[in-house]
Design a protein around this ligand. Sequence first.
Ligand SMILES: Cc1cc2nc3c(=O)[nH]c(=O)nc-3n(C[C@H](O)[C@H](O)[C@H](O)COP(=O)(O)OP(=O)(O)OC[C@H]3O[C@@H](n4cnc5c(N)ncnc54)[C@H](O)[C@@H]3O)c2cc1C
Length: 362
Amino acid sequence: MSDFYAAVFGAGICGTAIANELNKKGKRVLLVDPYVSENAPGPPAGLVNPATGMRAKLCWNGKACYDALRNQIETLIEYSGCNDLISDTGVLRPAINEKLAKNFKKALDKYDWPEGWVRWMGEEEIQELNPEIAPNLGGLYLECGYTVYVDNYLNTYRKYLREQGVTCRYEEADYCYNSSSGQFTIEVGEEEITADHLIVAAGYRTPEFEEWSGLPLEGVKGQIVQFEAQEDLAWDHAVSAKGYSMRRGKRQLIVGSTYEHNFDSLDTTEEAYERIAGKLDIMFADISSKLTKQVQMAGVRVTTPNRLPVIGRHPEQEQLCIYTGMNSKGLLFSHHVASLLTKHLVDGEEIPEELNVRRFED
Ligand SMILES: Cc1cc2nc3c(=O)[nH]c(=O)nc-3n(C[C@H](O)[C@H](O)[C@H](O)COP(=O)(O)OP(=O)(O)OC[C@H]3O[C@@H](n4cnc5c(N)ncnc54)[C@H](O)[C@@H]3O)c2cc1C
């Protein structure tokens, strides 16, 4: 018998979610990540906004995704007693041009929004909500949208998982599959640990696992900037127009993001800063002069042709699994999709075709 049901490589947004879902099913889980800890730095903020893109399209399985994440966040808040995991202040999507106004109005009728999620706001109402916002033609207000302080969220989640009985090893590990025993052997430090399944949830580093190197995943670099205002800012909601901004503390404003398809390094660049400052000017009138840059960060999103996550088993080694391809909606997708992978592994349920890694087979 193996030491663990599954070894999960990667303790980011996907890895924590799948470790938690399997653990909830009573399965023993080993979580491995050499680059993080329970006190790791991380992105200062991420948006949960189910109205996606310039058409404000309701995200894939929006309600199921939203509820699954929200349930786990509430569990983490209750567990930690911390009030700095999220900011429940909604997302404003101002229509800063005619086209956006048309798209946003259309989206209200086009999608089956759950009760209370979204409503139209006139220009004056928006002005009242946020006196600094750029001129607009009204817009959408996503009452259900919120900001996650991703660094706090993930560190709390890792601690929670350890206390729930998940074995967490924040160090280098290697693995091999032993066909005679039908197990993976994971080498961590001096130890050799066995597991029935190995789940790769390593974000943009997933293609470094050679068995998964051939998938059509594209890494798109993104940079964000955290600004500090000289005075307390007069609003607390997030804004998503041709860029997005999120609030943290009384004076911090986090603004993103770039979408860089060609890049050689994860260094931050002046060019990206200029682009982000441009987005800030589009979202807010006359605010740039009141802000100073505090931090600039870069990361990589893993994008897929259908913009949906990738889960499932390796075609030649069915105990080797994958969870990646979160595009720009990692938070929203994380728990619902982790529960689908768990139900597949533990209960034998089918994986929806649009998510299954097998969709890339000829
Ligand atoms: C600039 C930017 C802004 C974004 N904004 C948002 C947003 O507002 N809302 C939102 O929902 N999403 C946002 N995203 C997307 C979101 O960050 C991703 O979808 C999400 O992080 C993907 O989760 P993941 O677990 O696949 O990868 P990650 O969260 O990157 O986690 C991967 C983990 O694997 C670990 N790892 C790597 N190699 C190994 C290895 N060999 N062994 C073990 N572990 C390994 C890493 O250390 C890391 O902890 C943004 C992304 C970027 C770049």
